[in-house]
Design a protein around this ligand. Structure first.
Ligand SMILES: [Mg+2]
Length: 426
């Protein structure tokens, strides 16, 4: 029997026949604690969900490879599970082959996302297996004590995510808008939404008063819902004196200064979590993602810094993480190695680092390009499989994958064979 037979055997296929509500165990309720202080899972799904398995076929050797799966367009599309997703992940769990879900999506706490995905995919997933676009923000301790403007996401979900990461003083555009609707009068038709979303009434703009709102950092966690308000407020912060909203820095436009004086006066640093211009959703064609919002902001910033000067625009200073950027792949690789250590290490035994990581994605400009460009500090080789179930619509991809396959099941089959883990797959 082929080593990948569980992808095809009747026991697994029978899951497809069950009512959706019966395909998985009920999501666990976990105590909400900061991610950074959470213990690393010992691949609990292997134990906790063995009722989904029919027999053990685990290898006695330790896998020297692991997987990073994109989610949208690979495992799900909209809220619908894609074919072969459940079988592929179940196979890996059954063989204790480490994997994480590495997505440029977000907007929810990792626990909530894991519960949601467990339900959607029908495979038990632990929060520690989820790396969302904003998950690396959890490690940015230097910004946790200042006032953080958290942008994007639905309602105040991202405020809760940031607080769960340990950010102690979070303000959202809705908080500010509720106190100061004059900030962006065109959002008045959305006032009911912002009022429901706003929490903190203490953030007031009172220029001249030492207690006036002063933003120390700006984090775009997820796709903004009110682009006009959010762009306007971010630009206000970036033009301000030291992040005091409602002020204007006298250094703006000073040609004697670096960057013509823009963002040279203690303004807050700006971080984006997701560079994707497009994402695959239930609509017939891809939708504009957080990358679209950033382009819009940069377009406004270019106009603001060049209008009437006869000079070229000043480039917006900002940091973007998320695939295809290196920081996100490094974060993912460390997490996979920690998993591996927690699963197979111990008793003073030091494991060699991973030999191969396989990135499975649907977006050549994101998933595939990141894997192609990433250089591991641990000597790990990153390969990639491009699937045809999402953004990629055929033709020459923006970045060349190691292989192109129809779906995630074929991606796992290819990688397992490529790694030498099982040569009898076909
Ligand atoms: Mg995708």
């Amino acid at each position: 029997m082929s080593a990948l037979a569980p992808l095809h055997n009747a026991a697994f296929n029978s899951m497809e026949l069950l009512p959706r509500c019966c395909r998985h165990a009920a999501p666990r309720r976990l105590t909400r604690i900061p991610l950074t202080s959470r213990p690393i899972s010992r691949f609990s799904p292997r134990v906790a969900y063995r009722n989904l398995q029919t027999s053990s076929t685990s290898h006695s050797r330790i896998p020297d490879f692991a997987f990073a799966f994109d989610i949208d367009g690979v495992l799900i599309r909209g809220a619908q599970r894609l074919p072969h997703a459940a079988q592929a992940l179940t196979y890996l769990q059954r063989h204790s082959i480490p994997f994480i879900l590495l997505t440029n999506g977000g907007g929810y706490d990792e626990e909530i996302r894991a519960e949601k995905l467990t339900e959607e995919i029908g495979v038990p997933l632990d929060p520690s297996m989820i790396v969302q676009s904003h998950t690396p923000f959890a490690d940015m301790d230097e910004y946790k004590d200042g006032c953080t403007l958290v942008v994007g996401g639905e309602h105040d979900n991202c405020r809760l995510v940031a607080q769960n990461y340990g950010f102690t003083n979070v303000v959202t555009p809705s908080d500010i808008f509720r106190n100061h609707p004059e900030l962006w009068p065109f959002s008045r038709p959305l006032a009911a939404y912002h009022h429901r979303t706003a929490h903190d009434t203490s953030h007031r703009i009172d220029v001249g008063n030492p207690a006036t709102l002063k933003v120390d950092s700006i984090f775009v966690y997820n796709d903004p819902r009110d682009w006009g308000l959010d762009i306007s407020l971010i630009v206000d912060c970036l033009l301000s004196q030291g992040g005091r909203v409602g002020t204007l820095s006298s250094k703006n436009g000073d040609a004697a200064l670096p960057n013509r004086g823009y963002q040279q006066d203690g303004q807050p640093p700006l971080f984006f979590s997701n560079p994707d211009l497009w994402f695959a959703a239930e609509f017939a064609t891809p939708r504009l993602g957080q990358g679209g919002f950033r382009e819009a902001l940069e377009g406004v910033w270019a106009a603001v810094t060049s209008e009437g000067t006869g000079l070229p625009p000043v480039k917006l200073q900002r940091t973007v993480i998320g695939k295809p950027h290196r920081e996100t792949y490094l974060f993912a690789e460390r997490k996979l190695n920690r998993y591996r250590e927690a699963t197979f290490g111990g008793h003073g035994r030091e494991l060699p680092k991973l030999k191969n990581v396989y990135m499975v994605g649907d977006n050549p400009a994101s998933d595939i390009m990141g894997a192609m460009n990433y250089k591991s500090p641990f000597g790990t080789t990153w390969s990639s499989a491009l699937v045809r179930t999402g953004v990629y619509a055929g033709g020459e991809p923006a970045a060349a994958p190691s292989t192109t396959v129809d779906h995630v099941g074929d991606a796992v089959r290819w990688a397992v064979k490529d790694s030498g883990w099982a040569n009898d797959i076909d």
